[in-house]
Design a protein around this ligand. Sequence first.
Ligand code: CUA
Length: 552
Amino acid sequence: MRRRLIDAGRLGSALTTGLRGGSGQDRARRRRALLRFGALAAVLVLVLSAVAPVLAQVQDTNPYTTTDPKSPEGGMIQGLYRLIFWMSVVVFVFVQFLIVYTAMRFKRRRSQNTRPNQVHGHRTLEITWTVIPAIVLLIIAVPTISTIYSTYAASDDTKGAIVVEVYAKQWWWEFHYPGMGPVDAQGNATDLITANEVRVPEDQKVVFKLYSNNVIHSLWVPEMTGHMDVIPGHERRLAFTPQESGTYYGECAEFCGVAHAWMRFIVKVQPRADFDTWTAAMNQPPGPATAGFVPNGDVAQTPPSFGQCLLCHNITGTKAMAAQAGIAADPTSNNAGPNLTLLACRDTLAAGLLENTPENLALWLLNPGLVKEGNYMHALDTGIKNQGEDGALTPETVTALVAYLESLKPDAGCPENGTANGNMNTDALADNAAAVSTPVPATPVATPVGGTPLATGGSATSVALEGGDLFFNPTTLTVAQGGTIALTNSGQLPHNFVIEGYSDAAPVDMPNGQTVDWTIPADLAPGTYTFYCAVPGHRALMNGSITITPPQ
Ligand code: CUA
């Protein structure tokens, strides 16, 4: 059987002498081959031009697109992408041309019955196809290296930039705006802290300082700039200047554990005035309209079960400020969960997993381990369990918590939330909710069930005092000498009961799940005292006032 062979020697000479030369018959044959090739190329161009608008549409609705940057830094990277893309197109077309041309030009003719001349190698060709790729790589390398250096230089220079410290957690993001938080008791400006949703002003350079105290993560906002690894023990930086108001998705781009895929966040780019309104609102205590809030922002009035939440979640402007933040926080998220200030004004829950609706918040609180597998709120011993597990919240409690959390916003309403920019992929969020959906309780009621005093006023001989996780209920007691206080620990942590100036050194233990009766001793003189829990760290949140009256 005869085989069709390409004569490498003839290919080489044809390529080096071009399409000129040869007999008239040869030239006619070559012309026919070129015509056929031209037709093929035309079809290819037609197909590409038909696909292009479709691709453009996909790009418009894809929140993770890298080909439509909204910052000059993203633009530089896009410039590299374009350069490499078009060079690839040229190489592709050139190589395809050579393949098709060679196949047509050097196929066996009917008249040829002899075996073609067998050759090995062709020096000119081999030098050519070594030198061309080297030049191609050089053309790519020069702008790539200069882009790398200029983006690094941009992140080193914080002049005129808004600096945001970003702490990558498992599996969510904490954002600190240094010095932009409320002024503390010593007159020093604190950090404004938020989670999973970072706001920045339009047309101002942003420098993210990236930190981790757990594992390696990688911060990526595809529409802004490239990604940057977040490495424990190092400060990494990323700079970009957002040029268009809108909502942009960010995510973790480095596998960092069970819930890595659900480590998302939102970047809200807003006009300066809207950004300033937001920072002001973040520093205000929640207004009186906030369910269960008394004017001094006393979280003791929140649903009792919220006491458990206060271990890990802070709310600026309230007494819920016990949780740890930043690099010093517990790496395993023990006592260190996302800051919940203005939670009601956020777009998403659970680090970009669910749209922030009362139904989804209830879903999240009822089954945190099912909604976001691996998350510490469910994994910790003191965490919230799924329905059916020990430590699950009851639907009634969840209803109260949802009402409370969804009321965490200014009385005048949320600060301008910004345009969705066509990028908030609510369909995807709805799909997430559907995927993890379990029976959800009825629409939350407006008032929390907790906070109802168990005993009020009078000169009672027997009163009840509930001590839960980081709250006492009620916080005002009146009891006569010789009367008893039934101390119940309804929480999961150990607590105790102390009367300031009387029993500081001898707390009455309140074992979990038990009720202990404590009789008011005769040597505790009538008067009003402060009572508190003496377990380290609890006093700030667990305290109240007790009035002792003469014996009845
Ligand atoms: Cu953090 Cu992946």
